[in-house]
Structures are given as structure tokens and as C-alpha cells.
Design a protein around this ligand. Sequence first.
Ligand SMILES: Nc1ncnc2c1ncn2[C@@H]1O[C@H](COP(=O)(O)OP(=O)(O)OP(=O)(O)O)[C@@H](O)[C@H]1O
Length: 275
Amino acid sequence: MADAVKEKVKVSSAPDGSAPPVVIDPNREPIVVVDDLHIIYRVYGAGGKGNANNALMRIVRRQNRPSMKEVHAIRGMSFVAYKGDAVGVIGTNGSGKSTLLKAIAGLLPPQQGGVYTAGQPSLLGVNAALMNDLTGERNIVLGCLAMGMGPDEVKAKYDEVVKFAGLKDGFIQLPMRAYSSGMGSRLRFAIAAAKSHDVLLIDEALATGDAKFRRKSKAKIDELRKEAGAVFLVAHQLDSIREMCNRVLWVDEGRLVMDGDTDTVVDAYVEATGK
Ligand SMILES: Nc1ncnc2c1ncn2[C@@H]1O[C@H](COP(=O)(O)OP(=O)(O)OP(=O)(O)O)[C@@H](O)[C@H]1O
């Protein structure tokens, strides 16, 4: 990494590879604190096929369950996100971006370290899990209720959600299984955006949207940033990250490579990976 870049951004890996201690800026309001976070997935039955022979061998060897493989997906990450931050998370496939978001949402228990959030984190699409067999209309109502809105609030917001999603005429009355992936993600985003969130986590949800929808989403994210604490966005499209984020975390093999302002980190990432 170029020395000039190192000077501009806080590089989060200590020389021995361990996560440095978190330092909180006393002049800003911390919303998410990730402190030396480690996440390990345990995959059971990774050692072989689940057939009768293998089961017999396990009995003979007195193994009482299939072999287990550990995947150390997050290997000591520390950072602080402050009020008003829109944080982009970039990295190659399998680098740990989605795992980091799930951990911030509280869906994965840390093996070591911790995640502290001021307020309730919402992972887009999970908090309002939509149902394929129900119409868009029913999903809006159920999704908004699932996010904690009252029936009157849902009624008041309904038209706004439909307008924001901007589906073709008549689609809102069709079951969601009839939607394209882009239409599904528009509706998911529109539902999530109907409520202000303390911490909003968006994982690739905008990837399938077209340019016009991305522009609308950016305006919405800016609005949410003002009301909410912080927004995190995972995306492979670096354009979305450049448009929507003021700060970027570059993740590789479960570690933070760089944490800094958007252009500096994205430029360094492009230079390093050629993407
Ligand atoms: N449920 C799971 N069980 C076991 N291992 C998993 C699971 N989910 C992810 N992993 C592993 O954890 C590591 C990080 O995966 P993760 O999905 O967080 O990466 P990512 O950066 O979001 O990837 P992509 O860009 O492909 O979506 C990978 O090695 C992956 O194989």
C-alpha cells in the first residue's frame, strides 16, 4: 500500500495482524462500535457424504457426529461508525462483508469481541421478511407491521411505499413470486425506507435496481442518514458505493484492510484488485 494512502486513512490491522483497540472520537456520537470482532461458522458434516457407510464408520470409530469444519469469517475487526455515517463495505467474494452486516444486526454470535449499537439495527429484507406467495400489497402491510409500525401508520405510509417502489401497473396486486429480482428488491427497499432506523444495514439490495431507482435510493439513504444513526451498504458495484457513502471499509479475508473516506479507499481497492 502506498505510503501516501497510509497517511490518509486509518489502517486497521496492527503489524502482528491483531485488531487495534477501538478509539472513539469524543466530538462525535458513536452509533456502532465493533471491537475485535471474531465470527466463526461451524459447518457440520463437512468431512464426507452422508451415506450408510460413513454412518457405520462413525459408529466403528465412536464418533458421535459428522466431522465439523470451522470457517473463521471475521478475524478481528474494530471500527466505530458515527451518527450520520453512510458506510460502504467492499471486498472480493467471500471476504466477509455479509457476515459483518449480519453480526452488526445481531444475527450471528461473536466468537470473541463484540458489537455495540446505539438503538436497533435493521438488516434490510430480514426485519421485514417478505413472502413470495403474498401480493406486494399484503407484503407492504405485513412488512411495515413487522418493523413495529401501528396499523394507522401503515395506512398512512402505504401509498408512499407503493410510489417509491414504482412497480409497473397492477404488479402490486400480484404475488411476489411473479416479480423480477429487481422488482423484489425495489419493494424490499421501499418497505424498509418507510420507517426510520437507528442503524440500517443494506446488503446488495440495490444491486438489481436500475440507474433511476439507484438515484431515488441515494436520496432516500441521505434522508435516512439524517434521521437514522448510521447506514451500512454492501455492494459490488463501486459506483453505488461512491454515490451513496461518505466512508468505506475494505474487507479482505475477514480483516479490515482499510477504513477511510470513500474515494481514497475505493481508489486503493481498484488499484490493488484491478476491478
Ligand atoms: N452459513 C455459512 N456457513 C459456513 N460458512 C459460511 C456461511 N456463510 C458464509 N460463510 C463463509 O464465510 C466467509 C465470508 O462469507 P461472506 O458471505 O460474509 O462473504 P461476502 O464478502 O459477503 O461474499 P460475497 O461477495 O460473495 O457475497 C466465506 O468464506 C464463506 O464461505
